[in-house]
Design a protein around this ligand. Sequence first.
Ligand SMILES: Cc1cc2nc3c(=O)[nH]c(=O)nc-3n(C[C@H](O)[C@H](O)[C@H](O)COP(=O)(O)OP(=O)(O)OC[C@H]3O[C@@H](n4cnc5c(N)ncnc54)[C@H](O)[C@@H]3O)c2cc1C
Length: 391
Amino acid sequence: MESTFLTAEHARLAAEAWAFARDSLAPAAASEEAADDVDSLARRFVRRMAEAGILRHCVPAAFGGATERVSFRSLCVIREALAYASGLCDSMFALQGLGAGPIAFFGSTEQRAEWLPKVAAGTAIAAFAMSEPGAGSDLSAIATTARRENSHFVLDGVKRFISNAGIADFYVVFARAGNPGEKPALSAFLVPGDNPGVRVQERFDLLAPHPIGEIALDECRLPRSALIGEEGRGLPVALATLDAFRPTVGAAALGLARRALDESLDRVTSRIQFGKKLADQEGVQFMLADMATELDAARLLVYRAAYRQDMGLSRITLEAAMAKAYATEVAQQIVDRAVQLHGAAGLVRGYEVERLYREVRALRIHDGATEIQKVVIARELIQRHLGEAAE
Ligand SMILES: Cc1cc2nc3c(=O)[nH]c(=O)nc-3n(C[C@H](O)[C@H](O)[C@H](O)COP(=O)(O)OP(=O)(O)OC[C@H]3O[C@@H](n4cnc5c(N)ncnc54)[C@H](O)[C@@H]3O)c2cc1C
């Protein structure tokens, strides 16, 4: 796979990312449970990644990035290594990319010049604010409005389950803009975190540490220059960004699953039951075989999708959905088997597999739940079939 989908440069980056995860994250991950302040830990991870030059992969070279264009294979390689050691650090990396993505792809020169270098340097924390109390899987239900007032837009609404709510320096917000009488279409806006119209009204304590909450936009006034891309063209901004980043969610799942497999191998080759190592039991060997095979199959789907994104061959909607759905589902199963192979010890706080069990769960829900990915896959298949039949 390395020669098919990845270059020597990706292999070099992988070595760097794995060294960072091993040397800089393992101690932090161990103290994660002890730290009651997820925000401080999240900020610390951002600083550390900035110092190591890792965040430079989230933006293009012209704005302080590592490569001319953002390489999604690089993002995958990095996420796989980070998630192996710490789900929170991986999330912070992912959000820098996801928040910077719409600006890098669709933003104005001024927006890029102002925010992307800060994302790369870790001096600005990014957020992507799409979900709402009434709009999770269903983007057509987004109710936040952006009313035009002379040279300004005024945003009103509530964004729920927004990662980095409260610690973000800017939010990419999706809202419905249009004059009275017009059909309001989604538009994307760049909203500085210190805008007086932005208020964090709730924070959520998730299964695994993650800074997340609900923000209210109350009469949030923005200049017209805050529009990302064209007015009314927010849906393509959202969908193109999500398509591009979905394989990277699969890559995070690979990291968690790989850790689960490694932990399992350590455990079954050292634990003696019935007078021999667990690894000598055929039933255990079958579990290990399934874990490794599913992990490799997921890896192929993830890097195929990222490769196609980097090559700009076509929209990768189908491949991205397959990679995200399959990798996150099998990662859940792999982690679950790892807990099983650890027995009761796998349930003890502080054991790696217990951490993995909590961290893997969210991946099947955010960035489009598995069922939504399946809807997308089926829709793409049917459209292609009908298109071919009509030719
Ligand atoms: C850790 C985490 C971080 C997040 N960060 C962000 C963020 O930064 N920004 C942001 O905007 N959002 C974020 N979200 C929100 C996330 O995008 C939503 O949770 C997700 O889109 C699902 O929406 P929902 O939770 O409202 O579930 P719902 O839409 O209520 O769906 C619940 C379940 O119903 C099923 N379902 C829904 N629709 C269908 C269908 N058509 N066919 C079949 N089954 C269906 C699925 O099983 C789905 O999981 C985050 C969520 C989590 C867990």
